[in-house]
Ligand binder design. Sequence first.
Ligand code: R5P
Length: 288
Amino acid sequence: LRLFSGSANLQLSQEVARYLGMDLGPMIRKRFADGELYVQIQESIRGCDVYLIQPCCNPVNDNLMELLIMIDACRRASARQVTAVIPYYGYARADRKTAGRESITAKLIANLITEAGANRVLAMDLHSAQIQGYFDIPLDHVYGSPVLLDYLTSKKLEDLVVVSPDTGGVARARAFAKKLNDAPLAIIDKRRQAHNVAEVLNVIGDVKGKTAVLVDDMIDTGGTITEGAKLLREEGARQVYACATHAVFSPPAIERLSSGLFEEVIVTNTIPMLGADTSMESLRKRFP
Ligand code: R5P
């Protein structure tokens, strides 16, 4: 078994390697003058089971391309089996057509990963469960909820209500509530006027005087979760916690999340906190 890391979240890969008691395999990554990427595995992987860890977070296109190149390199190096470990699946929200003449980009990404030569995929908290079906190779879908729930349970919060910030997240929030001693559920009726712009309309359920835990798969610009928190406060919630697996944190998420609406914002490390930084300085650090 061999483990390699892309450049998207080296810290997470190192933690995984430490946990497994193994080293990350040696690999060269370079960026050419015109922006093209280069990857070379630095040891023989012939006949090996290879695991490649690469969340497709910001800069999503570069990280995705790097993953595809790594998969191709492994396949051409005669690895026995190549598993793409994708803690954050970029483009997951483009999982269906919502208007004519759009792409279903989440399906396109599945095609690219399969075509590159992956035999198996391990993904975490996919935006929608049907993405699993976009692959004709096995996909293990794992969840961040056990970690998030452990942390929440350790806080011994009382009078909880679990809140889904939109109707699409109800199943996720219901599963969460079940694990929190069957806490009651509330749902926010969110309507979007434009991409990345959340507009909150109504809360369904009783949140007055309660500690509300908003649960989502990801926080991107923070619009959904902060608009939800504002509404919960208006409806009389005593405290508001936000929980999400993927901290995408595109600007102005940090400003929004620091606005004093939340007791705590609880996320996992599928995406490094630098994930939203696409400055040239940050990109140069990642691809010297
Ligand atoms: C949407 O359906 C997702 O589950 C998230 O609620 C959304 O993508 C978060 O985006 P933002 O933080 O930009 O509102």
